[in-house]
Ligand binder design. Structure first.
Ligand SMILES: Nc1ncnc2c1ncn2[C@@H]1O[C@H](COP(=O)(O)OP(=O)(O)O)[C@@H](O)[C@H]1O
Ligand SMILES: [Mg+2]
Length: 225
């Protein structure tokens, strides 16, 4: 997901940089003596072209997020979580973060969109690891729990012992481009929420009573696909 966010930023940034450059050129052509209307018009044409390119990129991303054809196969959610843990194991070891999975209730295999579920869990686990990077006075623990809520929903909770967040930013962390990290993109939570909601689920967060935060998402259980 970090890669997706980076490529979105890159693809949008390029045409926008070109728009700025052409707008500056246009100003110069208009201020020239004698003023050069032909070059100014050419610059405006390029501005229109590049601005359209940027909005096409945004339209594509929207389409990607809204695409409502999940590719579901029958899976144990535990296997999907384990796969994500395998992806981050080295990073977690280096960050001295312990990774634990617990099934809180008996879980039958259900139809899951493996890639999308991995994207969401990976995002939330990475955020948790990052939130614990400055913690030195307590264990750095990442706990993922899964359960059937008895209401036809599969619920996954991702709990860390990190720095948590204050109530005043609780509403903003899911906004696109909201980040408190020096090199953050601020797209992870907004994209994750879009993916969850496109499958009829919900994603929310709360701070823990002691330390850290818990991100929770709930998805309707799909028994046949
Ligand atoms: N587990 C967490 N603990 C505390 N704050 C978090 C956690 N996850 C996300 N946040 C807050 O939400 C912001 C947005 O997260 P995200 O959308 O993933 O973007 P990024 O990770 O690039 O900052 C983070 O910058 C951070 O302030
Ligand atoms: Mg993130």
């Amino acid at each position: 997901m970090g890669e997706l966010a980076a490529s979105i930023a890159h693809e949008v940034n390029q045409p926008l940089a070109a728009v700025v450059a052409n707008a500056q050129a246009c100003t110069r052509w208009l201020a020239a003596n004698p003023r050069n209307d032909r070059e100014a018009r050419n610059a405006v044409d390029r501005i229109v072209r590049d601005a359209n390119r940027a909005s096409e990129v945004i339209a594509r991303i929207r389409g990607f997020l809204r695409r409502d054809d999940p590719d579901r196969i029958l899976l144990h959610v535990a296997d999907v979580i384990t796969e994500v843990f395998d992806m981050v194991r080295d990073l977690a070891d280096r960050a001295r973060v312990s990774l634990q999975f617990q099934a809180r209730s008996a879980l039958d295999p259900t139809f899951i969109d493996r890639v999308r579920m991995q994207q969401i869990v990976l995002n939330l686990v990475m955020n948790g690891i990052e939130a614990m990077s400055s913690v030195g006075d307590r264990p750095r623990e990442m706990l993922v729990e899964a359960y059937d809520d008895g209401n036809e929903n599969l619920v996954i909770e991702i709990r860390d012992s990190g720095i948590g967040f204050t109530p005043d930013i609780a509403d903003r962390i899911f906004d696109a481009f909201y980040t408190t990290k020096p090199s953050g993109m601020g797209m992870g939570l907004s994209i994750s929420r879009s993916i969850v909601e496109s499958q009829g689920g919900r994603l929310w967060a709360r701070v823990n009573d002691d330390f850290g935060a818990t991100f929770i998402f709930s998805m309707p259980i799909v028994r046949a696909s």
